[in-house]
Design a protein around this ligand. Structure first.
Ligand SMILES: [Zn+2]
Ligand SMILES: [Zn+2]
Ligand SMILES: [Zn+2]
Ligand SMILES: [Zn+2]
Ligand SMILES: [Zn+2]
Ligand SMILES: [Zn+2]
Ligand SMILES: [Zn+2]
Length: 303
C-alpha cells in the first residue's frame, strides 16, 4: 500500500514534501493541512516544513529536491524559473496544471456573493478576497448569517468555495443527523447520517476514522476483554473507569506500587497469584515462595 497517501489512503498521484523528504502524503492533504488547519509540520515525522515541493508521484522515480536552499528565494505568486510558486502554501510546483488546481482549491471567496455577482452580470466582477479562512467565516456570518461546517472544512476534499453553507439550525441538524435541507436527500448526501460523536466528550468528528483515532488516543479499552472478544470494543472514558472494570471483571493487583504503575491486571486467579508471589513475596521465606510459585505454575499448566 505504499503508493497510497498516508493520510487519506487514496492513490498517491501528487506528493508534497519538505526538506525531511517524506514523500508519502498527497498534495491535497498537505494543502488542506497547511491552508485550512495552519499546520506546517510533516505528517510523518512532525518536523516543521516551512517550504515544500509538489511533484507527480512516481514511486522510486518521484522527483526529489535534496537541497531546498537551492530553490529560488524571495519569490512571489506565479511562475518562477521552471517552477510555479504558491504563496499560501509556501510551495513550489513543477507542473502548471496541478499548481492551478491547488490554487483554485485554496481560493477564498464567498459563494453567496459570487452568486449575486453572476446574477447582476454588470461586467464589473468585484472579487471578494479574504486573507484567511477566519476572515471568510466572519464575512459569511456577519453578512449572510451562514456557517461552514468546520468538520467538513477539514475533512471533505472539495474546494473551499464548494463547501456547503448552513444557518445555525441547519448546521446543528447537519452535524447531528445529516438530514438538513442543505444536504438534500439521502442519496444526494451519500448516506451521510451526521458526524459521529464521542459520547464521553460530546464532541463530533468528521468520520469514523477520525472518531476511532480520538477514541484510541484519548480513551481506554480493556486489553483482556479485547483479547477474549475480538472486534467488540468497549471504551472507558479514562483510566479510573477502566480500573473499576478491571477490579470488577478481572484480577487487579491492589498493591500501591502496582496501582500506580497501572494495567497490572490478570485474566485468571492463578496468574494473579503468580504475580503476587513473584513481585510481592518478599516477606515469604525462599522455600515457601518456591512452593507457592510451583503451585501457581501447575495451576497455569492445568488450564
Ligand atoms: Zn491524501
Ligand atoms: Zn517528514
Ligand atoms: Zn458574501
Ligand atoms: Zn460537516
Ligand atoms: Zn472523547
Ligand atoms: Zn475487561
Ligand atoms: Zn502487584
Amino acid at each position: 500500500m505504499d503508493d497510497c497517501c498516508a493520510v487519506c489512503a487514496e492513490p498517491l498521484e501528487w506528493v508534497a514534501y519538505g526538506p525531511c523528504l517524506h514523500r508519502e502524503v498527497c498534495s491535497t492533504c498537505v494543502a488542506r493541512l497547511r491552508f485550512i488547519c495552519d499546520d506546517r509540520r510533516c505528517c510523518i515525522c512532525k518536523t516543521d516544513c516551512n517550504l515544500i515541493f509538489v511533484t507527480k508521484a512516481l514511486g522510486d522515480y518521484t522527483r526529489v529536491v535534496n537541497d531546498f536552499a537551492s530553490l529560488p528565494s524571495e519569490v512571489r505568486e506565479g511562475k518562477v524559473g521552471s517552477y510555479w510558486y504558491h504563496e499560501d502554501m509556501n510551495a513550489f510546483f513543477d507542473d502548471v496544471d496541478h499548481y492551478k488546481m491547488i490554487k483554485a482549491m485554496c481560493r477564498l471567496s464567498c459563494s453567496e456573493c459570487d452568486k449575486g455577482e453572476e446574477q447582476q452580470n454588470d461586467g464589473s466582477r468585484r472579487q471578494a478576497r479574504f486573507r484567511n479562512i477566519g476572515q471568510l467565516k466572519g464575512h459569511l456570518f456577519h453578512r449572510h448569517k451562514l456557517h461552514m461546517c468546520s468538520l467538513c472544512l477539514e475533512g471533505r476534499k472539495v474546494f473551499i468555495c464548494e463547501q456547503k453553507l448552513y444557518t445555525r439550525a441547519q448546521l446543528n441538524q447537519h452535524i447531528n443527523t445529516g438530514d438538513s435541507e442543505v444536504d438534500g436527500s439521502e442519496s444526494e448526501r451519500g448516506g451521510f447520517m451526521g458526524h459521529p460523536m464521542c459520547e464521553f466528550c460530546k464532541t463530533p468528528f468528521y468520520g469514523d476514522n477520525e472518531l476511532y483515532t480520538h477514541m484510541s488516543t484519548e480513551h481506554y479499552t480493556c486489553h483482556i476483554c479485547q483479547r477474549q472478544h475480538p472486534g467488540q470494543y468497549e471504551y472507558y472514558k479514562n483510566y479510573d473507569d477502566l480500573e473499576i472494570h478491571f477490579r470488577q471483571q478481572h484480577f487487579l493487583c491492589e498493591d500501591d506500587a502496582c496501582l500506580a504503575k497501572k494495567f497490572v491486571v490478570f485474566q485468571s486467579e492463578s496468574e494473579m497469584k503468580r504475580h503476587n508471589t513473584m513481585e510481592h513475596g518478599g516477606r515469604m521465606s525462599r522455600s515457601k515462595r518456591n512452593a507457592a510459585l510451583q503451585a501457581c505454575t501447575m495451576a497455569i499448566f492445568s488450564f
